[in-house]
Design a binder for this molecule. Structure first.
Ligand SMILES: Cc1ncsc1CCOP(=O)(O)O
Ligand SMILES: C=C1C=NC(C)=NC1=N
Length: 215
C-alpha cells in the first residue's frame, strides 16, 4: 500500500508554479500522480489565511480523485485541514512528537543517510524521503547530493522501509532511481516546469511503473 502510493509523489507550493497551482495539480492528477505534498516554502511563499485557502482548494481536488494529501512541516495546518498526513524534515518538530499529534495519519520523514532512516523508523514513520539524490534548484538549503549509491546502501540494510527518492529527478533519471531500490520518485520541477504538465506527468508515471514491474 505505502510503497504503491509513493510511486509518483508530486511535491509543490505556489512559488514552484508558473501558473495557477490548482490547474497544475489538476493536470498532474490526470497524468497519474499517486501522492501529493503541499510544500508552501521559500521566498514569496503564502502564509496565514492565504496559505490555508490554497491548501483547502488543493486538498479538495486530491479528495475528489482519492490522492493522499500530505502537508510539509506545518502540523497545525495538517490537523486543521484534516489532511492525510505530514512530512517533516530532520530540523522540524521531532518525529516522535509529530506522531503523537497526528495519530495514524501518514508520517513522512526526510533522511540523508542510513542512521537517519533508522531514527525515522524508531519514530514510526510510514515512509522516508531520501535526498537530494541529484543537485536541485527547488530547495535553497538542500544538502550535498547523495547520488544513487545512497539508495542502494540504505536498501541493502533496510529491505522493507518505504522509501521515496527526491532531488533533481527527471524523466532521464527516474528509471535508475527505481532500479537503485527506491519505491518511487518525488518531484517538484520535473512536473511544475514542464511545458505540458499532463503529458510530462504521464511519461514519468509510465517510466516509474514499468521500472517497478521489472524490479
Ligand atoms: C524538497 C526537496 N528535498 C530535497 S531536494 C528537494 C527539492 C526537489 O525539487 P526538484 O524535484 O525540483 O529537484
Ligand atoms: C524534503 C523532502 C523529502 N522527501 C519528501 C517526500 N518531501 C520533502 N519535502
Amino acid at each position: 500500500m505505502m510503497k504503491q502510493k509513493l510511486s509518483l509523489y508530486f511535491v509543490m507550493g505556489s512559488i514552484d508554479c508558473t501558473k495557477d497551482p490548482l490547474a497544475v495539480l489538476d493536470e498532474a492528477i490526470k497524468g497519474g500522480i499517486t501522492m501529493f505534498q503541499f510544500r508552501e516554502k521559500g521566498k514569496g511563499a503564502l502564509t496565514g489565511i492565504e496559505k490555508y485557502r490554497l491548501a483547502e482548494k488543493l486538498l479538495e481536488r486530491c479528495r475528489m480523485y482519492n490522492i493522499p494529501f500530505i502537508v510539509n512541516d506545518d502540523v497545525d495546518l495538517a490537523l486543521a485541514l484534516q489532511a492525510d498526513g505530514v512530512h517533516v524534515g530532520q530540523e522540524d518538530e521531532v518525529a516522535e512528537r509529530v506522531r503523537d499529534r497526528i495519530g495514524d495519519k501518514y508520517l513522512g520523514v526526510s533522511v540523508h543517510n542510513l542512521n537517519e532512516v533508522k531514527k525515522a523508523l524508531a519514530a514510526c514513520a510510514d515512509y522516508v524521503g531520501l535526498g537530494p539524490i541529484f543537485p536541485t534548484v527547488s530547495k535553497e538549503d538542500a544538502k550535498q547530493a547523495c547520488g544513487l549509491t545512497m539508495i542502494e546502501h540504505i536498501r541493502a540494510h533496510e529491505k522493507r522501509v518505504p522509501l521515496v527518492a527526491i532531488g533533481g529527478i527527471t524523466e532521464q533519471t527516474a528509471k535508475q532511481v527505481i532500479e537503485a531500490g527506491a519505491d518511487g520518485i518525488a518531484v517538484i520541477s520535473a512536473i511544475c516546469r514542464a511545458e505540458h504538465i499532463y503529458e510530462q506527468t504521464k511519461r514519468l508515471y509510465e517510466i516509474v511503473m514499468h521500472a517497478k514491474q521489472k524490479g
